[in-house]
Design a binder for this molecule. Structure first.
Ligand code: SF4
Ligand code: SF4
Length: 209
């Protein structure tokens, strides 16, 4: 089953197969077999940061910025995870898959044994709208409305991210040179909320769902 949830300007695709996807190509991992597709290193754009500030969770962003594994760029924060480089080199995997096989050796730092350890509103938006190809195939035609919603939300986030970035550039401000001032600017910059579709839950046929 696939359910759409939208709250505080943050969307979530909730899939009943997540966490029960042993054997799916994207959940394959040589470092932890229950990792699902959490090989991603979360990247917080200005708009992700804005959404989190709007929740009143500036503390989360501040804490991230102090961590050793967080790369602070002028206009985003990236939380670096684990990569088993030695295991990857030794593996000598055939490159007949149409994506980078390094992901089999990567792990997000927010992952824990029973899934993601941060609530969905504190994740960057790609985490909340990602579905693997196996799930998309199971959804068949029913996925098209979810796909449109995903595309529209990404467009909305990218557009206003660029708007805020250009405003900051004009003011010669950024996250590396003036972290607090930039957070303050992002907090007070007015952005209209996204208008979500009303998507009905989607039932797909799978033994595990
Ligand atoms: S999107 Fe697919 S691979 Fe990722 S956790 Fe869900 S079922 Fe597993
Ligand atoms: S932040 Fe959570 S959902 Fe996103 S990749 Fe990491 S563990 Fe997975």
């Amino acid at each position: 089953m696939l359910i759409y949830h939208f709250e505080d300007n943050i969307p979530l695709f909730r899939c009943s197969l997540c966490g029960r996807c042993d054997g799916f190509i994207e959940s394959k991992s040589y470092i932890n077999k229950n990792r699902g597709c959490c090989w991603y290193y979360p990247k917080y754009t200005l708009m992700d940061i804005k959404n989190i500030i709007s929740l009143g969770r500036e503390d989360f962003i501040r804490e991230l910025s102090t961590k050793e594994n967080v790369y602070k760029s002028n206009y985003f924060l990236e939380v670096r995870g684990y990569f088993d480089e030695e295991g990857y080199k030794k593996s000598n995997l055939k490159q007949d898959i149409d994506f980078d096989t390094k992901l089999f050796f990567r792990l997000c730092p927010f992952w824990q044994e029973n899934g993601c350890k941060i609530e969905f509103k504190l994740r960057p938006h790609p985490c909340n709208l990602y579905l693997c190809r196996e799930v998309i195939e199971l959804c068949k035609d029913g996925y098209s409305e979810f796909s449109k919603e995903r595309r529209d939300y990404f467009s909305y986030m990218n557009y206003f991210n660029e708007v805020i970035k250009h405003e900051l550039m004009e003011k010669r401000m950024d996250l590396t040179s003036d972290f607090e001032g930039t957070l303050d600017f992002i907090k007070n910059y007015q952005v209209p909320n996204f208008e979500p579709r009303l998507l009905r839950e989607l039932h797909f046929i799978n033994q595990a769902s």
